[in-house]
Design a protein. Structure first.
Length: 644
């Protein structure tokens, strides 16, 4: 049996299967059809999304996870998906309030609120409820200028925001305090609207009126007015021939509008029935009502009948997470192939890399379909696209050179950028609508896409240089031929990166001229892009002029990672300029750690060559305490394969 041919094919098939299976139907419960419930459409932040996305995003913001660890009666815990948590919050809040979903770790905040380390890291609503007044009082005492906040202030404000979010989500489906007789309440409300308006008119005209009827009517109105101000989700689609992307209504707004229409919107009644059936554990009615809401939505907006359901499947499949797992496996296979079984494991890793890339591509195009926008719309999508571009280029290099470096570097950059994207997702909906400054014209879309490809190329070059240093210093697996090959690979990708960075920067100027009336304004983001172009030019001139040879060129490529990370993230952290739409102060630590790591690799790469484990293969020997150049042809020419 020829394993050299069978293993790559098997790896490719298994890699696709690993990420394809979750795209199929899956109901994370017993009789309740949570998948159908998760596909119900709502409008949040101006975007139409399924309840599954709402559940995942809000639970991520509360607990930094997409599931809840609920204690079992017999001991231990069980992991509950986000959509079940949302269903419980909507219909059985007394149960959801006991589930630990509020994560806060700041020791001073925990101490102030009376929690110890033994109390854990995640708390329930019930555990925090006795401290709500204290939390609100402490929040009101924070300085108005947020620039003066320290880590304690930020942690306290974050906890206050999470509690507020929980309340708004709780008020999104029905009036609070009634989950068993909602339909009865709505019937009573509808019946009192006419008499209540009549008595109100009498009061305003100074005529005798029935105070009990008026108070009952005004009680309903006040209750629903509060609901309209507190609800987060808009669950009532526009009526009639209005476009789907118009303003939806929340439950409170719809119930207040009933005063004019004298009727209760069917969607409001259906959600009330959905809540009652879930609370009474009537699985058949719950599933039927959820299906009816979806059916009515598809009938009213046939053009959107697939997009919302597709987003729910996309969430369920988690293609980027699964791609990152496969990228790690690819990297491990390549590293092992450099030690033994290289002829078998290297093509296997390459085949698995292609499978992961196809899934990465599927996820990228899925996001484009859901948003109906170009691939890069925010920092999260830029991380996803940067990794995608680096993997594509790495696959091309691996196809030509077949030495494992292209696959290893692609897997490393792909995994690293998807990890960055994962941490960026903790800030909320990654499919949010673009800011006005980013949603203007064709030149912006091309500028952002092209310059992001430039980021991908620079990171790929830097990744190849990292492997050059690691393999040369720490192993005896780097010889002259491999050094020359890696030098040529980094040189070629640097030329590619310079081209795309330059063109992308120029297109950004065209867009700026159309949007702001000036081609260039020395904005921090513009300076970052220019710095990337200049560094690429410096690298090429240093090589062409013989100022550096292979080792120096590799160290410059590693420093390119620092330049790119600053252009990508660092400029946003300044909090100034027209481009500061992706500010994330939490990333400062990780950006600093990344920069330090790259400088560390540069210092390692600058060690005297006789200290490298690969020194004998590179023709370097120790002489009088200095690196002795190799003898023979080309020793003093400064060519790529020399010891420099």
């Amino acid at each position: 049996m020829n394993w050299k041919k069978i293993l790559p094919l098997l790896a490719f098939v298994l890699g696709l299967a690993y990420v394809a299976i979750p795209w199929g139907p899956r109901n994370p419960g017993s009789g309740f059809n949570y998948e159908s419930f998760g596909k119900l459409p709502v409008q949040v932040g101006g975007r139409i999304k399924p309840l599954d996305t709402v559940a995942r995003n809000n639970l991520m913001l509360l607990s930094e996870r997409q599931s809840v660890e609920v204690p079992r009666e017999g001991g231990g815990t069980v992991e509950v998906p986000a959509i079940i948590w949302l269903a419980e919050l909507a219909a059985r809040p007394d149960v959801a309030d006991t589930w630990p979903v509020f994560r806060f770790l700041h020791p001073d905040v925990r101490s102030t609120l009376g929690f110890t380390e033994d109390d854990g890291k995640v708390f329930s609503y019930k555990e925090l409820e006795p401290r709500f007044e204290q939390i609100d009082r402490l929040f009101q005492q924070l300085p108005e200028n947020q620039e003066r906040w320290d880590s304690y202030d930020e942690a306290l404000a974050r906890l206050h925001e999470r509690i507020t979010r929980y309340h708004k989500l709780l008020h999104s489906f029905h009036p609070l305090g009634n989950t068993t007789r909602l339909l009865e309440e709505y019937r009573a409300y509808r019946s009192i609207i006419g008499p209540g308006l009549a008595e109100l008119q009498k009061q305003q005209n100074g005529q005798p009126y029935n105070e009990q009827i008026l108070q009952t009517f005004m009680g309903f109105a006040d209750r629903y007015l509060k609901l309209s101000k507190q609800a987060m989700l808009r669950i009532i689609p526009p009526s009639g021939d209005q476009p789907i992307d118009g303003d939806w209504e929340n439950v409170g707004d719809s119930l207040l509008r009933s005063i004019q229409t004298r009727t209760i919107d069917p969607v409001v009644r259906e959600y009330a029935q959905l809540t009652e059936s879930y609370h009474s554990e009537d699985e058949e009615e719950f599933n039927a009502v959820a299906g009816q809401i979806r059916s009515d939505f598809r009938a009213q907006y046939p053009g959107e009948k697939f997009r919302v359901a597709f987003e729910q499947r996309f969430n369920q499949a988690a293609p980027f997470y699964r791609s990152s797992v496969v990228y790690v496996l690819v990297l491990l296979l390549v590293l092992v192939s450099w030690l033994r079984w290289g002829e078998t494991l290297r093509p296997t890793a390459a085949a698995l890399l292609v499978a992961a890339f196809l899934v990465h591509t599927l996820g990228l195009f899925a996001r484009m379909y859901i948003q109906d926008r170009p691939p890069v719309t925010n920092l999260y999508s830029s991380a996803v696209f940067t990794g995608w571009g680096a993997v594509l280029l790495g696959i091309i290099f691996e196809r030509f050179f077949r030495n494992g470096f292209g696959a290893a570097t692609a897997a490393l950059v792909g995994f690293a950028t998807l990890i960055v994207a994962h941490h960026l997702s903790l800030s909320g909906d990654t499919l949010e609508l673009m800011r006005a400054v980013l949603d203007s014209n064709f030149w912006l879309a091309t500028h952002v896409t092209i310059i992001t490809i430039g980021y991908s190329a620079v990171f790929l070059a830097g990744g190849l240089a990292l492997f050059y240093v690691i393999r040369g210093v720490f192993t005896n697996g780097l010889d002259k031929k491999m050094e020359k090959t890696l030098g040529n690979m980094v040189y070629g990708i640097t030329c590619f990166a310079l081209l795309f960075s330059f063109v992308g920067t120029m297109l950004g100027g065209v867009w700026a001229d159309q949007s702001w009336g000036r081609f260039w304004g020395w904005d921090p983001k513009e300076n970052g892009a220019l710095l990337l172009v200049l560094w690429g030019a410096v690298m090429l001139h240093a090589r062409w002029g013989g100022l550096v040879r292979t080792r120096g060129f590799m160290n410059m490529a590693i420093f390119g990672n620092v330049i790119t990370s600053w252009s990508w993230f660092g400029t946003n952290m300044l909090g100034i300029g027209l481009h500061s739409y992706g500010f994330m102060d939490a990333a400062f630590f990780w950006l600093s750690a990344f920069v330090i790591s790259q400088v560390g690799f540069m210092l390692i790469g600058g060690l005297p060559r006789h200290l490298w484990r690969s020194a004998p293969l590179l023709g370097v020997r120790k002489r009088a305490g200095k690196d002795a150049p190799p003898s023979g042809p080309g020793a003093a020419t400064g060519e790529i394969g020399s010891a420099g």
